[in-house]
Design a protein around this ligand. Structure first.
Ligand SMILES: Nc1nc2c(ncn2[C@@H]2O[C@H](COP(=O)(O)OP(=O)(O)OP(=O)(O)O)[C@@H](O)[C@H]2O)c(=O)[nH]1
Ligand SMILES: [Mg+2]
Length: 375
């Protein structure tokens, strides 16, 4: 005889104050507990699957109440989402959810964190991982891709690889794996941002452009060269992709630099250039293309974009620029900023995964796939 599975409860919503908290109750004890404590506004106590019922939950003030006067009533909406599975929607303050959870705990229902509960109740590990990552998604665009994985796109692709290996068809298995890997540059950034660096010589307008993209004055702007000394980092989203935008110290050829703070700032900027997913090399048309620009481009030729700044000053166009995507902007008027944002998005993700496209989205999944093809 198999042991009956323990009944569990977990709070699905976070701990910050909100209008509503949601507690999930799973297992055979759930309905027994509801019948003891919950009085529906309807005459019937039945809660069919997918139905939504309003009622009052009578909770003990301290421990188990022996009379109604030692208990408090909480308005709760109960939904049954599957057999022996219920959601309780109560008031959002800590008091209501804590009272419900401690009553459940006192009456033998195991209270678990939402994460523990997701992994215990979801047989498909990838779907459980997608549920977790979805909680961290900051944009609709990335949430849409994770939602596809939660609905089974990646699990299906992994099952197809397993079946191909079983029927001794390594070519097909490898084809599916290569297709999956071709989306890794997107999958790695569904919850952690792309690094986009603004770099170039002093005074080209890096800080002004950062402020214009963010929409507020995050960085100090001044006509004195060498205003920004340290790396300044701010998270935002560009065309629905999460981005860590970095403003850097103006880069000059190190032989010209005597100030130690400036030297360290330039060093940081060069390190950031090496690790950036995309660098925007800013060029002031009045100053033109310099050796410092060339050094930055040489560091990352395929992940660089040139940005001609101060377009409002209407200086003569530059003729001797390297062959590289180039956009003209004015941080002062905003001209060209929309075009630049679209170009950044295209530079980071040239093609977006189509609907239901399988995408590996955790390090564990990428390693697991690689291991399948070792040996
Ligand atoms: N007319 C005009 N001036 C601009 C524009 N962008 C920046 N500037 C001016 O250029 C000067 C330098 O701007 P910053 O944004 O501080 O330049 P930076 O590249 O961050 O400079 P450092 O931090 O010193 O390396 C300031 O006087 C800005 O007002 C622009 O689009 N149009
Ligand atoms: Mg600056």
């Amino acid at each position: 005889m198999t042991e009956p599975k323990e009944s569990t409860a977990s709070k699905l919503t976070g701990d910050t104050p909100s209008a509503i908290s949601v507690i999930e109750l799973i297992g055979s004890q759930a309905i027994e507990w509801l019948n003891r404590h919950w009085t529906p506004a309807h005459r019937t106590k039945a809660i069919p699957i997918d139905a939504i019922r309003y009622g009052i939950l009578q909770l003990p003030i301290h421990g188990v109440a022996s009379s109604k006067s030692e208990s408090v009533g909480e308005s709760v909406v109960v939904c049954s989402t599957a057999e022996d599975r219920y959601e309780l929607h109560c008031h959002g303050g800590q008091a209501a959810s804590n009272a419900i959870l401690s009553c459940l705990r006192d009456e033998g229902i195991a209270v678990k964190s939402a994460i523990e509960s997701i992994f215990e109740t979801q047989a498909d590990r990838i779907v459980a991982e997608a549920t977790l990552e979805l909680l961290k998604a900051k944009t609709l665009r990335t949430a849409r891709i994770l939602m596809d994985q939660k609905r089974g796109a990646l699990s299906l692709a992994m099952a197809q690889i397993d079946r191909a290996i079983e029927r001794d068809d390594p070519t097909e298995a490898l084809r599916i794996a290569q297709e999956l890997r071709s989306w890794n540059h997107v999958g790695k950034h569904l919850t952690s941002p792309f690094d986009v660096l603004l770099c170039g010589p002093p005074n080209v307008g890096k800080s002004s452009l950062l402020n214009r993209i963010l929409g507020y004055r995050r960085s100090i702007v001044h006509d004195q060269a060498g205003t920004t000394r340290d790396l300044l980092v701010e998270e935002t989203s560009i065309e629905g992709w999460p981005v860590r935008l970095q403003d850097s110290a103006g880069i000059r050829i190190s032989g010209d630099i005597s100030d130690i703070t400036e030297k360290l700032g330039v060093q940081r900027a060069m390190e950031a250039s090496a690790s950036a997913d995309l660098q925007l090399i800013l060029v002031d048309p009045l100053e033109g293309w310099t050796e410092a620009h060339q050094n930055l481009l040489d560091c990352k030729p395929s992940q660089s974009m040139l940005v001609l700044t101060k377009a409002d000053l209407q200086m003569a166009g530059l003729s001797s620029l390297p062959a590289c995507p180039c956009i003209s902007v004015s941080a002062q008027t905003g001209d060209g900023i929309d075009v630049l944002l679209k170009a950044i998005a295209r530079g980071l993700v040239p093609v977006e995964p189509s609907e239901s496209q399988a995408v590996l989205f955790t390090q564990r999944q990428r390693i697991a796939l690689d291991r399948q093809f070792l040996g």
